[in-house]
Design a protein around this ligand. Structure first.
Ligand code: GTP
Ligand code: MG
Length: 197
């Protein structure tokens, strides 16, 4: 897919404020700091579209980008960010869950997992919640550039085996790096395929 144009539509705090639209929508979610905003910039080849930060908790709202006037990309806040107040954490959780459960044109969620780490409990809890809630999702492993080349296959296999302790089969998976743009074309082709279905 060629991205001809991309437009920032707005930041919203509640699912019912999001654009009223039938256009296909794809959301990026994962632990705080896993690289959601960076991956959005990488696949769209725009360096400063979504705001990134080395400090977790950068993205705090539902951020909408309209691509080619045809589909939406949504950058979500991360889960599991410890350094915010309990009340704010609860508010974020509700915001994200409401969005994922009630957004009618949400075609697929990209659930991001840090390829450098063992599977975290919070990740598996979140994936289980997606599954139980029947939210369609795929997996993107992030920051693969940070894993030594010779260890990459084994590291991904290890995470897959950890996932398979909870799931009988795994959804489609993408191995990505916002640094090298790895996986970006595959993600765009996947989105294009679903859009055209
Ligand atoms: P929140 O919005 O705070 O939840 O974080 P996020 O998931 O959007 O992460 P963000 O894209 O802001 O990236 C967090 C940090 O990881 C930044 O310092 C990025 O530069 C870095 N980072 C993200 N993706 C990659 C990657 O693929 N490779 C490397 N080397 N660094 C990355
Ligand atoms: Mg972010």
């Amino acid at each position: 897919m060629i991205i001809r144009e991309i437009e920032f539509i707005g930041s919203f705090e509640h699912e019912n404020q999001c654009p009223k639209s039938d256009l296909p929508e794809y959301a990026f979610i994962g632990r705080s700091n896993v690289g959601k905003s960076s991956l959005i910039n990488s696949i769209t080849n725009r360096k400063e579209l979504a705001r990134i930060s080395s400090t977790p908790g950068k993205t705090q709202t539902l951020n909408y980008f309209l691509v080619n006037q045809e589909w939406y990309l949504v950058d979500l806040p991360g889960y599991g960010y410890a350094k915010i107040s309990k009340s704010k954490r609860k508010k974020w959780k509700q915001m994200i869950e409401r969005y994922l459960l009630f957004r009618p044109n949400l075609y697929c969620v990209f659930s991001l997992i840090d390829s450098r780490l063992d599977l975290q409990k919070i990740d598996i809890d979140f994936l289980n919640w997606l599954g139980d809630s029947k939210v369609p999702f795929v997996i993107a492993y992030t920051k693969i550039d940070k894993v030594k080349k010779t260890l990459r296959d084994a590291q991904i296999k290890k995470i897959q085996n950890q996932l398979l302790e909870y799931w009988e089969s795994l959804p489609q998976q993408f191995i990505t790096s916002a640094e090298t743009n790895a996986g970006g074309d595959e993600i765009l082709s996947f989105i294009e395929e679903i859009n055209n279905k």
